[in-house]
Design a protein around this ligand. Structure first.
Ligand code: COA
Length: 464
């Protein structure tokens, strides 16, 4: 049975911080943000927004554009790493908000949970719900998977340049117009790690940025190796000599904590895949430099990062490699369009990969490419750490959905924050009513109870 993504909707907060303003305030070269990391703007939440109302707004957009009534929804999962309760699942708040629009108990039949594994949990939620459909349990109903996050790092930390906020809601069913997932190929890797984590009660994560960059690459590479074995076994792809699995994936979407991480990941994976192929000889000749190896090739991530000579040489080699004609063609055709939205919005943690997918569909379609039958690969990564690699085929009805995609219009008119406003919001110095953006046709947070018997209860309102 086919199963996959029928439609996709987003909600991005209207407030944003301009990267150049941020760079000036922190004494950074704006080029580091814009060229080095690929960050142009970062979406920031208002005082009356939290990850649950971002998720509910994305869900409502999805349901309204598809004229879906609640009885058509059998599962509603929320994947997030911005949870604000240790027990009550975020999807229960989302259901509560949606019922303000669709009627009390209108979602009473609907199941679902909140999923957590840093930025990869949305991919696990998609996989599990796809299998619910494949197993025949959905009986004609749809599942909604919402990925929603507020990427917030400490003021003045190196992660502060990689913030953002937003939610993506995906409609899954057995007759998807957009993408049907390839069966029996989804591959995972997992390892107990401390590259990025957020202990109980802490609003911002503890991050080892460079460590997490390298761990991401290794974990995705491991999952890709498994994916390759599986897809060859299914017979969906057969490889000729001098071919790699990446030659059979038309588009690649990578987890994007900042858009240039997608570039880093693609270069790493392509290097890894091409290294053993005859074409590598020509690449090395074009670069004019042998590929460097660490002093201790079997060492740890720490030992590789501490090997300054190797790191510098590898940086130089990567730069030259990405300039080769063969690689540049792969980058332009398979990845570039997926990075556009991330530059405008910033880091969405769980939703970053799917914002990239949306971006790729919209901007490839605008180029006039016929996407029907194209294979789309996904490289999902969550700190802590797990990666998931999977793929799907664009379906013949995709145009019905993609022709109306317009990222700028869907984000709406944006308000640029001053550094002062941003810092006040960041440090929670404004109360809920002291918002900047005037909400319209969306859910907002109106109250968080503080009395001992109802501490943490959250109340939301739909603003007409
Ligand atoms: N002009 C142009 N580019 C510049 C520059 C300048 N003036 N200064 C630096 N850069 C480039 C660097 O060369 C580097 O590019 P490269 O990766 O291609 O080499 C890039 O900008 C980032 O610089 P770097 O020195 O690595 O930044 P950093 O030490 O401040 O850390 C992160 C960057 C991403 C590690 C940090 O922001 C972070 O911890 N983020 C949160 C965690 C995260 O996103 N992890 C990712 C995996 S999930």
């Amino acid at each position: 049975m086919a199963a996959g993504i029928d439609d996709i909707a987003l909600y991005i907060p209207n407030l944003y911080l301009e990267a150049s303003d941020f760079a000036e305030a922190r004494g950074l070269d704006p080029a580091k943000l814009q060229r080095g990391l690929g960050v142009e703007q970062m979406a920031i939440v208002d005082t009356n927004q939290d990850p649950a109302c971002l998720a509910a707004n994305a869900c409502l957009n999805l349901m309204q554009k598809n004229k879906l009534s609640p009885e058509k929804i059998g599962r509603l999962y929320v994947a997030t790493e911005s949870a604000f309760d240790e027990s009550k699942a975020m999807n229960s708040y989302v259901i509560g908000m949606l019922e303000q629009v669709y009627g009390n108990e209108s979602f009473g039949h609907c199941g679902g949970i909140e999923c957590k594994f840093a930025c990869v949990s949305g991919s696990y939620a998609l996989y599990d719900n796809t299998n619910w459909i494949r197993a025949g349990e959905a009986e004609g109903q749809n599942a909604i998977v919402v990925v929603s996050d507020i990427a917030k790092y400490d003021l003045g930390s190196s992660g502060e340049v990689t913030q953002g906020a937003g939610a993506i809601a995906m409609l899954l069913n057995d007759n998807p117009r957009l993408l049907a997932f390839d069966p029996k190929v989804t591959s995972t890797s997992i390892k107990n790690e401390y590259d990025f984590y957020r202990p109980f009660g802490k609003e911002t994560p503890i991050v080892h940025g460079q460590y997490s960059n390298l761990l991401y690459l290794i974990q995705v590479k491991n999952a890709l190796a498994d994916y390759k074995e599986k897809i060859l076994k299914t017979g969906l792809v057969t490889l000729k000599d001098d071919e790699t699995i990446l030659d059979h994936i038309d588009y690649l979407n990578m987890h994007l904590p900042y858009s240039n991480m997608g570039k880093k990941a693609l270069a790493y994976l392509v290097r890894h895949e091409w290294r053993s192929l005859p074409r590598w000889k020509d690449i090395i000749a074009e670069i004019g430099m042998e590929e460097p190896v660490p002093k201790d090739p079997r060492g740890t991530i720490e030992s590789v990062l501490a090997d300054a000579e190797f790191m510098a040489k590898d940086h130089e080699f990567t730069k030259l490699f990405t300039k080769t004609e063969k690689y540049a063609e792969v980058y332009e055709s398979k990845l570039a369009s997926s990075l556009i939205a991330s530059k405008m919005v910033g880091n969405l943690y769980t939703a970053s990969l799917y914002l990239g997918f949306r971006s790729s569909l919209e901007f490839e379609y605008q180029k006039g490419v016929d996407l029907n039958g194209k294979r789309i690969g996904f490289g999902s990564y969550g700190s802590g750490a797990s990666a998931m690699v999977f793929s799907g085929l664009v379906q013949s009805e995709y145009e019905e959905v993609v022709k109306d995609m317009n990222l700028e219009a869907e984000i709406g008119v944006r308000t640029k924050l001053t550094l002062e406003e941003y810092e006040e919001l960041h440090e929670n110095k404004r109360n809920t009513e002291n918002n900047i953006h005037s909400a319209k046709k969306e859910f907002i947070l109106t109250d968080v109870k503080t009395s001992p018997e109802s501490r943490g209860e959250r109340y939301y309102e739909y603003i007409e």
